[in-house]
Design a protein around this ligand. Structure first.
Ligand code: C2E
Ligand code: CA
Ligand code: CA
Length: 744
């Protein structure tokens, strides 16, 4: 229901305020100009007079004429064409005798003009805006001085008329713009009654301006709609001191809209003195939609869309509020699903979503009323316990673990979820313990969760001070490692790999060392754990590949064979970096043939289902790079895995080799690994071979390669080159072969 014509339908174009300065519209001029040309003819005692307007780029146009009709307009314009701001006046005593004018139609034919006097009309800034002209059928000696003076006065009148029109037009447009404005505005008098309402206000309230006039202003803002009726009333009737024109603070008002719906309005007040009282304008902005949007945004900002649980932000807010509000213990538990990633990767994201939703509802049902559960992100849920006896916490945590562990039916197949929980408690305010704030408490719970997972998962773990120390130490070490890498303190040492059939060195494993400025040469045990877990691992890993390839490319052949290089990979190198690219670069840069490079992967790499990683490894293998399975037998990797994963070599972990002579179980394991590997045409290397008996046994069961202190520990690059040189000159001199013969 459109109550008012929209501004677009209005006859005046108000689309641009510049319209006020647009060329003067000749059609808009009224009878004043007709009077003016009549006056001009009269004072000059001439039969003809006319006014032409020309402004800016617009074509000049005759707007009023005396003694002439409109059919001659075009011909008349030609007569005054030479006038402008610089040449403001023109007198032609006898046009029939004037070469410039003699052939003009109005001279040569009807009405046969002979005498012509024209005067420029100047507007704002002396701009030429038009011409006033009089003409006669008979020639005159000259325009008399009186006539010229009188005409100048008439021209002055014309100029003022034009100026007034221009200003009127500008004002009209300003009003139009005000009316068309987006803000609704009502003006009230000193009695608080509406005196004026603009179009936007009419639309806002759905009441015509005429009807609004005289209404007490509070009729528009019914008190039952206001959130604070008294405050609204006060605001509406306030008189802003003695200020003549001042802006008062804004106020949130409510009113009925055209459809009876309640609109929220942001009101600004403007007051001025009016007689004995005050008049005021109230400018209103409809913020109903903004508020609705804000509410939606807030909903989005505080709730997790998938589970409908409060999200991390909401839970942190609640935690912060509780910590401030209460003196009693506050506990935060973080629950993480141990095997969520596997489920997501193997069953798909839709199944993953169902699992998360089911977990959410199970937690909600299991937890007591004073526990608030939210989704913390990914596969983590947070539970905030308040007003709780801390001795009861273990029971709740156990219940949470059990609830999650119940088999779950997702897409027809039962799933067993496993979860870990980290717990952090802020004891009551009188406890000895330092009092953590929200983010600290979260960090502690997070740490405890990490511990619970590191201990194998399916359990809960409570934060203690030792964990904190551990974290600080790790963090310090991380910083130190970063510096060490930048300073080039890392080195690669090489441990020879021996062909058990002939005693030749056929390869070397690159092993990382840290030449610590104070602590000397450090083996990986002192830092690898932290390094592998930090972001630095990818950079160091890349450097290891390049450095090892560079060294290997320079090694001499032994027994007619090139020495291969084995490189250990960090899990992150396979899953996060572009391993293919890094390896390609290193090979290209160093000229090492791909066949001479072997990458050692552990089961943490191989077991993690990651299509990208598998693809990268497979394509590296396609171009000749070898893959070996490191530390085989220590984890969950089964022999059947060997079939699924495209590898070239199995490295039997040294724990089996160590105990194989005394422990028949270990010996059996080693034997079957060798047997199966050979069956599958995989190479087998035994790690940690420390004595001849081990070497003999291994050779006896068909293991074709070994590595260990019996032959050599990892050697610095130069020492390793010496080692190779000795082998090249006389491989049979290898000490283990000699002693072996003695051992007989
Ligand atoms: P790993 O890959 O199993 O490497 C073999 C480890 O066994 C090396 O320890 C080596 O010095 C040691 N070793 C070799 N022969 C014997 C022996 O006869 N007896 C005993 N007791 N030990 C022997 P290291 O150099 O301390 O490296 C430890 C682990 O650190 C490596 O185990 C590997 O997992 C990791 N690592 C070492 N260097 C790198 C590297 O450059 N990159 C990556 N990602 N990991 C590395
Ligand atoms: Ca290794
Ligand atoms: Ca190993």
């Amino acid at each position: 229901m459109a109550l008012i014509p929209s501004p677009a339908n209005d006859s005046l174009d108000v689309s641009s305020p510049l319209a006020a300065d647009a060329p003067l519209d000749a059609y808009a001029w009224g009878e004043e100009f007709d009077d003016l040309v009549a006056l001009a003819a009269r004072v000059a005692d001439a039969p003809f007079a006319w006014i032409a307007l020309s402004d800016g780029e617009a074509r000049p146009r005759v707007v009023a004429r005396f003694g002439l009709d409109a059919s001659l307009d075009t011909a008349l314009l030609a007569l005054g064409a030479s006038l402008n701001a610089e040449v403001p006046r023109l007198t032609v005593p006898d046009a029939a005798d004037d070469a410039c004018f003699v052939s003009e139609p109005v001279v040569a034919a009807y009405p046969g003009i002979r005498f012509l006097h024209a005067q420029a009309l100047l507007g704002e800034h002396g701009r030429h805006v038009g011409t006033l002209a009089i003409a006669d059928r008979s020639a005159r000696a000259a325009a008399g001085r009186d006539v010229v003076q009188a005409l100048t006065r008439v021209a002055g009148l014309g100029e003022r008329l034009i100026e007034r029109h221009r200003l009127q037009r500008r004002n009209r447009i300003a009003t139009q713009i005000m009316q068309a404005g987006f803000s609704a505005m009502i003006v009230t008098d000193e009695h608080g009654q509406v005196t004026l309402a603009n179009r936007a206000a009419e639309l806002l309230f759905g009441i015509r301006g005429r009807r609004m006039r005289g209404m007490p202003v509070e009729v528009l803002f019914p008190s039952q709609l206001q959130s604070d009726a008294l405050a609204s009333h006060t605001w509406l009737h306030a008189e802003d001191g003695d200020a003549l024109l001042g802006r008062a603070p804004q106020c949130r008002l409510h009113a009925f809209g055209p459809n009876g719906d309640v609109r929220a309005l942001e009101a600004t007040r403007c007051t001025w003195r009016l007689g004995q009282g005050h008049g005021k304008a109230i400018i209103l902005r409809d913020i109903t939609d903004d508020l609705a949007q804000q509410a939606t945004l807030r909903q989005l900002a505080l709730y997790d869309a998938l589970t409908g649980l409060p999200n991390r932000t909401a839970l942190v807010e609640a935690l912060t509020a509780r910590l401030e509000a209460t003196e009693t213990p506050v506990a935060l538990a973080l629950l993480g699903l141990d095997n969520f990633k596997t489920i997501n990767d193997t069953l798909g994201h839709a199944a993953g979503d169902i699992v998360l939703q089911a977990t959410a509802s199970r937690l909600r049902m299991t937890l007591p009323a004073n526990a608030q559960v939210g989704r913390f992100g990914g596969d983590e849920f947070g539970v905030l316990f308040t007003d709780i006896d801390t001795v009861d916490l273990p029971v709740h945590l156990e219940r949470m673990l059990l609830a999650v562990n119940e088999p779950m039916d997702v897409t027809g197949s039962p799933i067993h979820l496993e979860a870990s929980v980290g717990l952090a408690v802020r004891e009551d305010l009188h406890s000895e313990d330092s009092l953590p704030n929200a983010s600290e408490l979260i960090a502690r719970a997070d740490l405890a969760l990490y511990k619970a997972k590191a201990r194998g998962g399916r359990q809960w773990c409570r934060y203690d001070l030792g964990m904190r120390r551990e974290v600080i130490d790790r963090r310090l070490l991380e910083v130190e490692l970063r510096r060490a890498f930048a300073r080039g303190e890392f080195e690669l040492h090489y441990q020879p790999q021996i062909d058990l059939a002939n005693g030749f060195t056929f390869g070397a494993e690159a092993l990382l060392r840290w030449r610590h400025p104070e602590r000397g040469l450090l083996a990986p045990a002192a830092f690898l754990d932290v390094l592998a877990g930090s972001a630095l691992a990818n950079d160091v890993g890349r450097w290891i590949i390049r450095q090892a390839c560079r060294d290997a490319a320079s090694w001499p052949e032994v027994g007619g064979r090139r020495i291969a290089i084995s490189i250990n990979l960090f899990p992150g190198q396979v899953h996060e970096t572009d391993l293919r690219h890094d390896v390609d670069e290193a090979l290209r840069e160093t000229g090492l043939p791909a066949e001479q490079l072997e990458l050692e992967i552990t089961e943490t790499i191989a077991l993690k289902p990651d299509d990208n990683a598998s693809r990268a490894l497979a394509s590296l293998r396609d171009r000749g790079v070898k893959l070996s399975f490191d530390d085989f037998g220590t984890g969950f990797a089964s022999l059947s895995m060997l079939q699924r994963f495209p590898i070239d070599r199995v490295k039997i972990d040294r724990s089996f080799v160590r105990d194989m002579l005394d422990n028949r179980g270990d010996a059996a394991i080693v034997r079957s690994i060798v047997l199966i590997s050979r069956n599958m045409e995989l190479h087998v290397t035994a790690e940690g071979v420390e004595n001849h008996a081990q070497a003999e046994l291994l050779r006896g069961i068909g293991c074709n390669a070994a590595q260990g202190f019996l032959y050599s520990p990892a050697l610095a690059p130069q020492a390793f080159e010496k080692w190779l040189a000795a082998q090249t000159s006389n491989p049979m001199q290898a000490p283990w072969l000699l002693t072996e013969q003695h051992d007989g």
